[in-house]
Design a protein. Structure first.
Length: 443
């Protein structure tokens, strides 16, 4: 069968079969390693192109009918048929056969690249028991610890469109912990909890829950607005990070300063919020910001917010107050707006932004938080706040390509592009003087 697109490759699957003739990924891996002689069967379940024809706009059932007619008649090539009704009964049979899941697809749907609301992976109960048990065992054995975390509801779907579970979230944080934890070290943290997944009701939690174990580090900090001290979680270790994930805090929100230097931040941050404007506008503003900051002698660091915007960090010596860093960021932001009047604003009121990119400098205040690099976000596709090289800042950049599934391979390949924000403490005074000389005095 001829194909004009490599996309077709994703719509076939090779599987070895176990002794009960069930598809087995483990058996296939053993076959590839030369440890098994199990038969390998080629399963075909969709077709996107044939000869010179693009079939992606056709309904799924029409595409499958074309696929059925063009498949070669071979014992090891199988057409994946479908059940058009009696779904609950079919699910029960799948579960009874010990298979991990059924895939439910909308019969009339055209092909859509990537995750789609037109299909769902529905895991069987046995597969969810097995998955949760394996994950808990992995969590408890990958690092020696006397601390016990009772992981709960790991099979619960948190991202319905993609089928990602709470267990996927916990597993991601376990794997990225070594890299992420330095960005949380000694910083009071807030949680934003989504016990029913990203489309469920969420609640923001500053206070450490009363039931957290004694080994969780906390810090009580006076709050003038509350009239009392707030007991914050301080996430200094892997176990605390996994505990917060188990509490359904999809993303983590650390302070700009550490608990022993609460009034002197070590980051000055520009938060670029598109507020409905096209993402290429955010890219243009980020480029100009980077150019201006480098022009006054600073070394800025760039990452996606993990939502719709970009964050630009300037790590600073913890000798400046929040008032200093905020005023510095305000002056830079106002200058950028004058250069990009058509697409940028510093208006805090949403109704007054008129669809322009909001350059938020007001986050530079005591008690405010910002999601750190490598934090997952409670948005479709499970995006992650991803450090970027400045050369990656293209107009066609798509932030959601950095997500819970792609971030770890990227980190392994490129290393931590954001680690300079942990130790590259810069002096703002010479930069302020340079900005005054090169930009303000020329007015």
């Amino acid at each position: 069968m001829k194909s004009s697109s490599r996309e077709n490759e994703r719509h076939f699957a090779s599987r070895a079969t176990d002794k009960n003739q069930r598809p087995s990924r483990d058996e296939l891996d053993r076959r590839f390693r030369g440890e098994s002689k199990a038969p390998v069967v080629f399963y075909a379940f969709d077709i996107l192109h044939y000869e010179e024809w693009d079939l992606r706009a056709l309904p799924l059932l029409e595409r499958k009918e074309i696929l059925r007619t063009v498949l070669p008649k071979l014992d090891h090539v199988l057409f994946v048929d479908h059940v058009a009704a009696r779904g609950e009964e079919f699910y029960g049979l799948t579960e009874a056969a010990g298979l991990p899941a059924v895939i439910a697809k909308k019969a009339s749907s055209p092909y859509a690249s990537g995750p789609s609301g037109d299909w769902r992976r529905i895991a069987t109960a046995d597969a969810k028991g097995a998955s949760d048990k394996a994950l808990v065992e992995a969590m408890n054995t990958c690092k020696p610890s006397t601390r016990k975390i009772k992981f709960t509801n790991l099979g619960k779907i948190f991202w319905p469109e993609e089928g990602y579970t709470k267990g996927d979230l916990v597993r991601y944080y376990e794997q990225v912990a070594e890299t992420l934890l330095p960005y949380l070290h000694e910083r009071p943290c807030h949680m934003l909890r989504y016990p029913d997944g990203i489309h469920g009701k969420a609640f923001y939690q500053k206070y450490a829950p009363d039931h957290v174990p004694d080994w969780v580090e906390t810090e009580s900090i006076s709050s003038s607005s509350k009239g009392e001290a707030i007991r914050y979680i301080v996430c200094n270790d892997r176990d605390t990070l996994l505990l917060m994930a188990n509490l359904a805090s999809i993303d983590i929100h650390p302070w700009f300063s550490r608990r022993n230097s609460q009034d002197t931040p070590d980051w000055a941050v520009f938060d670029l919020d598109p507020d409905g404007s096209p993402f290429p506008d955010v890219v243009k503003i980020a480029r100009t910001l980077g150019k201006v900051l480098r022009g006054i002698g600073l070394r800025p660091y760039l990452k996606t917010s993990g939502a719709t915007g970009l964050h630009i960090y300037v790590p600073v010596k913890p000798s400046y107050t929040y008032e200093h860093t905020r005023r510095f960021c305000e002056a830079i932001a106002i200058h950028i707006v004058k250069e990009h009047k058509d697409i940028a604003t510093v208006e805090r009121g949403v109704s007054r932004r008129h669809g322009k990119v909001y350059i938020d400098y007001l986050q530079n205040r005591k008690g405010q938080t910002i999601v750190p690099a490598y934090s997952v976000r409670p948005r479709p596709k499970a995006p992650v706040s991803a450090p970027l090289d400045w050369d990656e800042l293209d107009l066609d950049l798509e932030p959601t390509v950095f997500n819970i599934k792609t971030m770890l391979p990227r980190l392994k390949k490129l290393g931590d592009l954001f680690q300079g924000t942990l130790r590259d403490q810069q002096d703002l005074l010479p930069a302020i003087e340079a900005f005054q000389k090169h930009y303000l005095d020329k007015r």
